[in-house]
Each structure stands twice: as structure tokens, then as C-alpha cells.
Design a protein around this ligand. Structure first.
Ligand SMILES: NC(=O)c1ccc[n+]([C@@H]2O[C@H](COP(=O)([O-])OP(=O)(O)OC[C@H]3O[C@@H](n4cnc5c(N)ncnc54)[C@H](OP(=O)(O)O)[C@@H]3O)[C@@H](O)[C@H]2O)c1
Length: 258
């Protein structure tokens, strides 16, 4: 039986790379996002299914889950990856953006997990299922230049960790993936980051996709990619918040990028 994966945010970046890697590993992917042309081109290439959905809209996510579960009563993997940037400090960021980024980056994952739970439970009964939440190092470090984004990722990480604890022993493993800076369409880090040092640590979507597949195989609950320097920064946040505050300040954007 072919294993079914639902990948949100599959139309570009990390989600697209993950869908490619999963397909290469024998998975059948349901590709979720809003840009139909991009999803159709990918599904033509990979042989997956296209589902259009704004994950920031709860009713739309529930309707998506209904359609997917009708075709696939058992879901083996949910990759909650859809996400958006929100640059700007809490002093200046547009308040509609502050609200929207919480809906998409945090609540979108909550709604997807809840709505697809019957399918994940069906797989759990038949041998096991996985939920991967693509969070960010911004879930452990508070970046002033992207305050609302960091807040949404802190909420998403708390959700992901809580869900992992709630599902322990259920046969559904929850993995939180925390990438550092990754070069993608929504996050063109090499163009927008001011610090030359931080630009040196920018990785590619394929690196994250490989880490996701490895994490699932090895049953890792939390995956920081790359491990250096971001794991250390996360630990330092807890023990030396002032020092990390200075480091996080380096993540400021070039003028005109916000
Ligand atoms: N790049 C980084 O530096 C970085 C670092 C750490 C974590 N992350 C996280 O990684 C995830 C993927 O981002 P990426 O870097 O790969 O950026 P990306 O290339 O811009 O991809 C974002 C994906 O999310 C989808 N999306 C955005 N809003 C959506 C919505 N409301 N409903 C459904 N789909 C939506 C986009 O598709 P449509 O526009 O077609 O809907 C796209 O497929 C995000 O959660 C992001 O926070 C990124």
C-alpha cells in the first residue's frame, strides 16, 4: 500500500523540496497551497494530487480535510509547512499582518492537524503516522526585526511540543523542524539580510527536506537545521538572553527590504 503524505505550502521552497524528496522515497503526496499553476506543474512532474487551500481560513481547512479523507481514509504523514514572513518590529508592523501571520503560521497548523486527525489515527492503528511541523529557529529566539513572525513561530513550537506530548503512545509521532535561514521565494535571505556573517549560514530548501526525511526515519522529536550555530543560539536564549538579543539584532534587514 502506498503511503499518503499531505504537504502544505508545497508550491515553493521547503514544501516543494519536501514533496520531491518524499515522492523519490515512494510516498504519494497531496500538494496543498493557494497558487494553482505552481501546484499543477509540480503534480504533473511528481504524480501527486493538487488541493487549493488557504490554511489561514479554518473553514477552508476543514473542507480540504473532508475532500482528502474521502479519497484517502488513512493519512500517514502531515507536513504542516505553509507559512509567510512578517518583517518589521512590533512598533511599526501593520496590525493586519500581525493577525494574519498568526492565522497562517500557527493556527493553520493547528487546524490541519485537528481536521486530518481521523486519517492519521487510521494510519496509527495500522502501524504508525507522523506529523511534521516546519517551525523555525525564530520559534526559540525573539527577533526584533521580525517580531510578529517570531511570535507566530513561538506559538507554533509550543503547539507542536504540546501535541507531541498529547499524542505520546498513540502511534502518531510529532516532529518539530526548526530551520535557520533558508533561501526561498518568500524568504530571499541572501538579498534581505544585512549581516554578512548571517548570510554565510543561509542553506537551501533541499537541506531542510533531507533533514525532515531523516528526522521521520530516526523518530527525532526536534530537528534544528543546520545544528550549528542555531542549536547553540536556542540554548543561549534560555541562559543568556541579553547576549542572544544582540545576536538577534544582527538579523536586521537591509533598508528597503521591509
Ligand atoms: N526560508 C526561511 O528562512 C525559513 C526559516 C525557517 C522556517 N521557515 C518556514 O518554512 C516554511 C516554508 O517557507 P519557505 O521558506 O519554503 O517559503 P516559500 O517558498 O515562500 O513557501 C511558502 C509556502 O507556503 C504557502 N503558503 C503561504 N501562505 C499560505 C496560506 N495562507 N495558505 C496555504 N499556503 C500558504 C506558499 O504557497 P502559496 O503562496 O501558493 O499559497 C508556499 O508554498 C514556513 O512555515 C516558514 O516560516 C522558513
Amino acid at each position: 500500500m502506498q503511503r499518503i503524505a499531505v504537504v502544505t505550502g508545497a508550491s515553493s521552497g521547503i514544501g516543494e523540496a519536501t514533496a520531491r524528496a518524499l515522492t523519490a522515497g515512494g510516498w504519494h503526496c497531496v500538494l496543498v497551497a493557494r497558487r494553482e499553476d505552481r501546484l499543477r506543474a509540480l503534480s504533473d512532474e511528481l504524480g501527486g494530487e493538487v488541493e487549493l487551500c488557504d490554511v489561514g481560513d479554518r473553514a477552508a481547512v476543514e473542507a480540504l480535510a473532508e475532500r482528502v479523507l474521502e479519497r484517502h481514509p488513512a493519512i500517514h504523514l502531515l507536513v504542516s509547512n505553509a507559512g509567510m514572513p512578517a518583517r518589521g518590529t512590533f512598533l511599526k508592523a501593520d496590525l493586519d499582518l500581525v493577525e494574519r501571520v498568526m492565522r497562517v503560521n500557527y493556527l493553520g497548523g493547528v487546524w490541519c492537524a485537528r481536521a486530518l486527525m481521523p486519517g492519521l489515527e487510521a494510519s496509527a492503528r495500522a502501524g504508525g503516522a507522523h506529523i511534521v511541523n516546519v517551525v523555525s529557529v525564530a520559534g526559540t529566539v525573539s527577533f526584533a526585526p521580525a517580531g510578529a513572525y517570531a511570535a507566530s513561530k513561538h506559538a507554533q513550537l509550543a503547539f507542536s511540543r504540546s501535541l507531541a506530548a498529547a499524542l505520546r503512545g498513540s502511534g502518531i509521532a510529532v516532529h518539530s523542524v526548526l530551520p535557520g535561514f533558508v533561501e526561498t521565494e518568500g524568504f530571499p535571505q541572501k538579498n534581505v539580510l544585512k549581516s554578512r556573517l548571517l548570510r554565510r549560514f543561509v542553506i537551501e530548501p533541499d537541506d531542510v527536506a533531507r533533514a525532515i526525511l531523516r528526522g521521520i526515519d530516526k523518530g527525532k522529536q526536534e530537528i534544528v537545521v543546520p545544528w550549528f550555530p542555531y542549536r547553540i543560539v536556542g540554548i543561549a536564549q534560555a541562559v543568556a538572553p541579553r547576549l542572544v538579543g544582540r545576536f538577534a539584532g544582527m538579523s536586521d534587514y537591509k533598508s528597503g527590504a521591509v
